[in-house]
Design a protein around this ligand. Structure first.
Ligand SMILES: Cc1cc2nc3c(=O)[nH]c(=O)nc-3n(C[C@H](O)[C@H](O)[C@H](O)COP(=O)(O)O)c2cc1C
Length: 157
């Protein structure tokens, strides 16, 4: 039941904040923004759990998830549905460290581009906080369904 993500979808996952929806077994939903998401194959998205609370509890009782994101530059918007597996050690967990490191580098590069001094100072503090964070787990999502949020008629040809 796996489906393949296009190169563009994989790139958009890397470049945007994505929203991760989970739910309890009773069906109570929870949705959180996630910056540490990266496609590790055409069918798999790895998300780094550094701060998850309710999200983590939900993932442990119910592996069904949805990811939604919008790329305003490309005028594209997608929902991906899939099944999550939690890794607390091993190769997949180590990959989460790599993703965190690479994304931290990128963030450092973009710090200089912020012009508003107040926002720039907050960004610097957030960057400092990130240095102290360690992955608690890697969440591997196997993608099963892909939907475009773009209405028919204005989608890309
Ligand atoms: C822009 C942004 C990006 C975030 N990225 C992540 C992330 O990659 N990993 C993570 O564990 N938490 C991340 N968080 C924190 C989660 O969104 C959320 O606050 C955390 O999971 C606690 O909520 P919960 O109890 O509903 O799980 C991010 C928060 C923001 C505002």
């Amino acid at each position: 039941m796996e489906v393949e993500m296009s190169e563009e979808i994989k790139q958009m996952l890397d470049e945007n904040i994505v929203y991760l929806a989970t739910s309890t077994t009773e069906g109570k939903p929870n949705v959180v923004p996630v910056g540490l998401a990266h496609a590790i194959s055409d069918e798999e998205v790895l998300i780094v759990d550094v701060l998850f609370k309710k999200t983590r509890r939900n993932l442990e009782e119910n592996p069904q998830v949805a990811i939604s994101f919008t790329d305003v530059k490309r005028l594209e918007s997608y929902q991906l549905k899939g099944k999550a597996k939690i890794f607390k050690n091993g190769e997949i967990f180590e990959k989460a460290f790599d993703i965190m490191r690479k994304k931290a580098e990128k963030r450092k590069e973009s710090l200089g581009e912020i012009e508003n001094p107040e926002i720039s100072e907050r960004a610097r503090r957030i960057s400092e906080m990130h240095k102290r964070l360690r992955p608690k787990a890697a969440v591997l999502i196997t993608i099963e369904e892909i939907y475009s949020h773009i209405p028919k008629g204005v989608e890309r040809r």
